[in-house]
Design a protein around this ligand. Structure first.
Ligand SMILES: NC(=O)C1=CN([C@@H]2O[C@H](COP(=O)(O)OP(=O)(O)OC[C@H]3O[C@@H](n4cnc5c(N)ncnc54)[C@H](OP(=O)(O)O)[C@@H]3O)[C@@H](O)[C@H]2O)C=CC1
Ligand SMILES: O=C(O)[C@H](O)CS(=O)(=O)O
Length: 466
């Protein structure tokens, strides 16, 4: 663990395994109660100094950190693949995507403007200041072990906050490697902290402590709700990036080749383990057979294998329970009339073939529960109103995609879909300068863009009588 600028151990450890092979690749300490108090104390003390630096001074630290991550991207990507499983080419892409948040926020922080507002009284002046909120608790998931951290740390640090990061127990090594380069960049002690151990102990301590002013969480909706309730005890500001169940709609006037390419990209990235993966594919009945034929042809080309093998397109699922959950969705679909066009089988332990199922009904598990695996369920639809209603019929509201060549349809459907992120003929919308986040039970707040910076500041109103 990295606490107050030092590498800290404990007597108890937990192992980290490679999901592709099951082998142990490392171990991390299990934090104690005493160390929880130490890390919160360190972050609180550091906050009072860190916030006094100019944003330009803070940005300079982020710039050095960015340069070190860029220089060591291959090393970080390799560790990421070994603990999370994604193909090395995807892991390297994630490291650069993660670094883009440092690159973007080290500059955006310099535009953290306040404002003056005219008063109705001659003798009064109204001043609005933006100030850092304080100590931030960041709890992150295993599917993007680098990007889900920097997407929080970059805006938090440049705004003047200090941060305590709890990475997922399955992927802590990437977080600790990022901290190593943050340390080498000279980030002052106590500003950046990475702790590991029992999530409930860590969560309870961070969320009950009034010195922690903000929770930023990325993970499942179930855990997000629990943490939000815990944060209420001390009225912490919360940002929640939760589950998704993205509809992917192919209209009759779509460019089918683009739609097939987009569906492959959105569905099978990270073996389908992303919160914005296409989870329900709706194809207009008039182009269904053409789409299915081309889509299956392309899916069959995907190669499954250890992420360290440069030929692999699809790595393992994170663990056996994840694989079993996906398999149960496939089984449910088949039992209710779904037709398997390819895949559906376990290749080895955590490896599941990329699977395409047609004749899918909206009541099936695969169409109502987040899949988080390489399964593409395809349903047909007759008209625009029908498919928009079906697409919106979900407690989730994170990402949605649709393919059309019609400008008027693009506006109509974009305005009707109840999702925070909409890809129009685009299956890969995520980028540092745009706001990422969902509606409904997909979360609260945004990450990335200037909206993401606002999550780490308080707006102070100063009324002056001269
Ligand atoms: N909206 C978005 O941007 C994203 C959403 N997600 C969603 O996350 C889920 C997959 O990620 P996954 O890691 O399994 O999600 P989880 O919600 O199970 O875990 C997320 C993080 O929360 C921690 N955690 C779990 N329980 C507690 C607790 N009681 N107190 C404190 N921390 C706790 C976990 O720790 P531990 O590892 O020790 O269990 C982990 O670090 C999917 O639903 C996916 O949709 C994932 C990525 C991005
Ligand atoms: O966990 C996720 O799904 C990521 O937030 C998706 S992305 O930002 O890498 O696209």
């Amino acid at each position: 663990m990295y606490i107050n600028g030092e590498w800290v151990k404990t007597n108890e450890w937990m192992e980290v395994t490679n999901p592709a092979t099951g082998e142990t690749i490392g171990s991390v300490p299990i934090i104690t109660h005493k160390q929880m108090d130490l890390v919160i104390n360190s972050a609180e003390l550091a906050f009072h100094e860190w916030k006094r630096l100019s944003v330009y001074e803070r940005a300079a630290y982020l710039h050095k950190w960015y340069e070190l991550i860029d220089k060591n991207a291959e090393e970080i990507a390799r560790v990421l693949t070994m603990e999370q499983g994604k193909p090395l080419k995807e892991a390297l892409g994630e490291v650069h995507y993660a670094n883009s948040f440092l690159e973007w926020y080290k500059e955006e922080g310099k535009r953290m403007y306040g404002e003056t507002i005219p008063s109705q009284f001659r003798e009064k002046r109204i001043l609005i200041q933006k100030q850092p909120i304080g100590v931030v608790a960041a709890i992150t998931p295993w599917n993007f072990p680098a990007a889900m951290i920097t997407r929080k740390v970059a805006p938090a640090l440049v705004a003047g906050c200090t941060i305590i990061i709890k990475p997922a127990s399955q992927t802590p090594l990437t977080a600790l490697l990022l901290a190593k380069y943050g340390h080498e960049a000279g980030i002052p002690k106590g500003v950046l902290n990475v702790i590991t151990g029992k999530s409930s102990l860590i969560g309870d301590n961070l969320l009950q402590d009034p010195r922690v002013k903000k929770l930023t969480f990325t993970g499942s909706t179930e855990i997000g709700k629990q943490l939000m309730a815990q944060a209420a005890t001390t009225v912490k500001k919360v940002s929640l990036e939760l589950g998704g169940h993205a509809p992917f709609i192919v209209f009759e006037d779509a460019n089918i080749e683009k739609a097939v390419k987009g569906a492959i990209q959105s569905k099978f990235r990270n073996a389908g383990q992303t919160c914005i993966c296409a989870n329900r594919i709706f194809v207009h009945e008039s182009i269904h057979s053409t789409f299915i034929e081309r889509f299956v042809e392309e899916v069959k080309k995907l190669k499954i294998g250890n992420g360290l093998n440069s030929q692999s397109d699809i790595g393992p699922l994170i663990d056996l329970s994840a694989r079993n959950k996906v398999q149960s969705q496939i089984k449910d679909a088949i039992e209710n009339g779904g037709l398997i066009h390819c895949g559906g089988r376990v290749v080895a332990d955590n490896f599941l073939e990329p699977t395409v199922i047609s004749n899918v009904k909206d009541e099936m598990m695969v169409m109502t529960e987040e899949t988080f695996g390489p399964v593409a369920p395809i349903a047909t639809f007759r008209n625009e109103d029908e498919v928009v209603n079906r697409a919106n019929n979900s407690p989730y509201g994170l990402a949605a995609y649709f393919y059309t060549e019609s400008l008027s349809r693009m506006y109509r459907v974009t305005e009707s879909l109840e999702y925070g992120i909409i890809g129009v003929n685009d299956a890969a919308p995520s980028t540092a300068q745009a706001p990422f986040g969902g509606l409904k039970e997909s979360g609260i707040g945004r990450e990335g863009s200037h909206y993401g910076l606002d999550e780490y500041v308080e707006v102070k109103y100063v009324s002056i009588s001269i």
